[in-house]
Design a protein around this ligand. Sequence first.
Ligand SMILES: [Zn+2]
Length: 107
Amino acid sequence: MIGGLLMVLGIVLMLIFAAVTFAVWTAPAAAVGGAGLAWGLRLGFPAVVALLVWATFLRKPKPAPTIEERRALVEPLSDADCFCCRSPLATVPDLHCPTCKVTIYRD
Ligand SMILES: [Zn+2]
């Protein structure tokens, strides 16, 4: 969805910058505002078009994280605090939360 919108936006911007590139290349330098500015625009706008082509069609999207990478981000359960109420866990007879009465079993 977002990728499709970005592609449409990229194509629209590409067309606009391509039209402006055509305009600055076909207009006389004096009409653009002097030779220096005219050549700056004549080279700058195609560079923007090239950048948009790259960003829209050639850039590879970052691959989605693998299941192993996602699992590595999961925080293991604490042995010190209850995961429900955050109160300190008791260890006798088993690891448990005195408030919630949840017992934590480990392999
Ligand atoms: Zn608890």
